[in-house]
Design a protein around this ligand. Structure first.
Ligand code: ACM
Length: 674
């Protein structure tokens, strides 16, 4: 049973837990297993070898959190302590493939912990649950007594990392794989090629990485290392080689594959480019056959992503490549190819044959959906959930990414409530089975290795829960409560979403004294969706990603809690909450003097000075409204009208950030006017 379905007493017990994703079924019992200094682990059954280092890592994390010096060093199959405290039993080796059994049963009694799983991959999921259960009181550390029976709702629970637009070194990928494993995600979708960069070494066509990457690419040895690291955590790696569009970087070294004569240069700016492979050129297929063959041998997963998004389709697209090429136009006429969508389907059907020959299953963005395609391919929906529904109705398997675009800086609850299979979806049972799961997408126009984690985490943990936990688990407040604790636990894996915040603030301030700067940046978020690109025309692949907008985090917690406190106060008039609001507003009202001293020494911060002044004014309005509400006075019409003007102005972005407390202050003002 999930927390949201428990009775009041059970809920009281369950809410002391910080599990994310919430398991399928939790049964609470009395007591706890007290962690002691001679805690030991034993693995039995017939697991894959990956379980031993995984159990060792778990033991080290437990030791790291508790400071206990456990006697056990490195866990191996030879460890057979008869009285081990944690017994892990797996029936068979798990295969890192779609649909593998990930179920586990975790039983904690005061004397023992048993983790039973069909496969070692299920056991890995259970070990993460156990780590999340670690609790503490004045007597030490313990695990509460529970029985957890758990299994995923969806088989495909992925994170896309785009390394084409901004290259991400191997260590960035690895720490994110650890984060994924911690929240039971099981697919890394590695977006390896873009107009801005070709990131894989090809031994057959070396000009791909030599001329298409500025020197920022993975060697095949790097790739094998990442795949092994992922497999050790029960995570599949699905590579994406985006064709025929998003392919400028391929054409730098091999311009003859393109639909225009070339030469081509690596793209430095953002926005859709229309350079595309020429689908009428037989050499393109010979090239892809060779190259995909090389990559098919490098990447063991049967699924192979060919992109397929945003090719020259429809009237609104610039007719530069396919439409302006007389050879392509003549070819279409001769072969009765009605439009560019049909031309792309023609291209894709040849790709399916190539991939089938290399024993791969084709997956691509929703633009590859076409009646003529074989039902073996998988559709990834990104523009609308309709693509998934029509894919399922037409008999295609699909995964959902629409609503999981974490690069767009939307709040966690927006992603959390986005369900691949909402209760009202109009599909029959068979069609529903075609929906495999979903993927968060970390497109990398506006991130570097320094701040990418802060765009992925902790929000992706909530998406992980949506894809793993039962459908009815959707209490937003409870999600946020647990997310805070999970976010800190993710730090122990080397993720930088929390710690780089202060580092980036220190660099901006040129000083360790960041108090006033932090107070301000805690209240702002980057503008949403694609707005930064319209506000700033200087954003390129070599632009600085170190400003306040790059430091500020999505779903700013301090601002969110303020807005929540405002609505709680306006609903119930609670005195403690009023005092909290008063303290917040006073702090913000007085922040500017100290911040302006920092800004004087730090020209990089000059761009946010106007918003810092605005914060002073907004906080003043908040204080006056709060005081009127407490004294049961009504604010006069004139000052309300003035205040409204100030707040309307305060909603406008400055330096690509927006102030996230204005709507809360508006609510206070509104109430004070009644
Ligand atoms: C995409 O966002 N172009 C798949």
């Amino acid at each position: 049973m999930a927390i949201s379905q428990l009775s009041a007493t059970e809920k009281a017990a369950a809410t002391t837990l910080y599990l994310m994703p919430v398991p399928t079924k939790i049964t609470h019992s009395a007591g706890e297993f007290r962690l002691h200094a001679d805690f030991q682990i034993q693995v039995t059954g017939a697991p894959d070898e990956r379980i031993y280092p995984a159990a060792t890592r778990m033991l080290r994390r437990l030791s790291g959190r508790t400071g206990l010096f456990f006697p056990q060093d490195f866990i191996t199959a030879a460890d057979n302590a008869k009285n081990a405290d944690l017994k892990i039993n797996c029936k068979r080796p798990g295969k890192v493939e779609l649909g593998e059994n990930e179920t586990y049963v975790l039983t904690i009694t005061p004397e023992h912990i048993n983790l039973n799983a069909e496969t070692d991959i299920g056991a890995l999921r259970g070990l993460e649950t156990l780590l999340q259960l670690l609790s503490a009181d004045a007597n030490g550390y313990y695990f509460p007594c529970v029985t957890i029976e758990d299994e995923p709702r969806f088989a495909w629970r992925g994170l896309l990392i785009d390394v084409g637009r901004h290259f991400m070194p191997v260590h960035v990928i690895k720490r994110n794989l650890d984060g994924m494993a911690a929240v039971k995600m099981n697919v890394l979708h590695w977006h390896l090629t873009e107009d801005q960069g070709f990131r894989v070494e090809s031994k057959i066509y070396p000009k791909l990485h030599q001329l298409g990457s500025d020197g920022f690419y993975y060697t095949q040895e790097h790739i094998r290392g990442v795949i092994k690291y992922a497999a050790d955590r029960g995570i599949r790696v699905v590579p994406e080689f985006d064709v025929p569009g998003h392919a400028t970087s391929w054409l730098v070294g091999y311009p003859k594959l393109g639909s225009k004569p070339g030469p081509y240069e690596i793209i430095r700016k953002w926005g859709i480019q229309y350079a595309a492979l020429d689908p009428t050129n037989e050499n393109v297929y010979a090239f892809l056959d060779q190259f995909f063959g090389e990559m098919a041998a490098l990447f063991p997963d049967p699924y192979f992503h060919i992109g397929g998004d945003e090719v020259e389709q429809g009237k609104h697209h610039k007719a530069e490549h396919w439409n302006a090429n007389p050879g392509i136009q003549a070819f279409m006429k001769k072969n009765n190819i009605a439009d560019n969508a049909a031309l792309q389907a023609w291209f894709n059907s040849k790709l399916v044959k190539i991939l089938t020959k290399h024993q791969k299953i084709m997956i691509g963005w929703e633009e590859i959906l076409h009646e003529s395609m074989p039902r073996s391919i998988v559709i990834q929906s990104w523009r609308g959930a309709e693509a998934m529904v029509s894919a399922a109705r037409a008999g295609f398997q699909s995964i959902l990414s629409r609503g999981y675009y974490i690069d767009l800086i939307q709040p966690t609850d927006f992603h959390y409530l986005n369900d691949p299979l909402p209760p009202d979806i109009s599909l029959n049972a068979e069609q529903k089975n075609l929906i495999l799961g979903g993927e968060a997408t970390m497109w990398s126009e506006l991130v570097t290795p320094e701040n990418i984690d802060s765009r992925i985490w902790p929000r992706t943990a909530a998406i992980a829960e949506r894809l793993w936990s039962p459908q009815h688990v959707k209490d937003v407040d409870d999600m946020y409560r647990r997310l805070q604790s999970v976010s800190m636990q993710l730090e122990e894996l080397g993720l930088t979403h929390e710690k780089n915040y202060e580092m980036m603030l220190r660099r901006l301030a040129g000083s360790a004294n960041i108090h006033a700067l932090r107070t301000f940046v805690d209240l702002v978020e980057p503008v949403k969706r694609y707005k930064r690109h319209s506000l700033n025309k200087n954003l390129t692949s070599f632009a600085p990603m170190t400003r306040v907008v790059d430091t500020a985090r999505p779903d700013a917690q301090v601002a969110r809690i303020f807005r929540k406190n405002v609505s709680a106060y306006l609903n119930a008039g609670n005195k403690t909450i009023a005092e909290r609001l008063q303290a917040d507003l006073k702090l913000w009202n007085e922040n500017h003097d100290e911040l302006s001293m920092i800004i004087e020494r730090s020209p990089v911060l000059a761009e946010i000075e106007p918003m810092s002044k605005t914060l002073t004014q907004c906080a003043e309005i908040g204080l006056q409204s709060l005081s009127a509400l407490r004294d049961k006075r009504t604010l006069d019409k004139n000052s309300i009208a003035n205040a409204k003007r100030v707040l309307a102005q305060a909603k406008k972005p400055v330096a690509e950030v927006e102030l996230m407390v204005v709507s809360g202050i508006e609510d206070l003002l509104e109430a004070a006017g009644k």
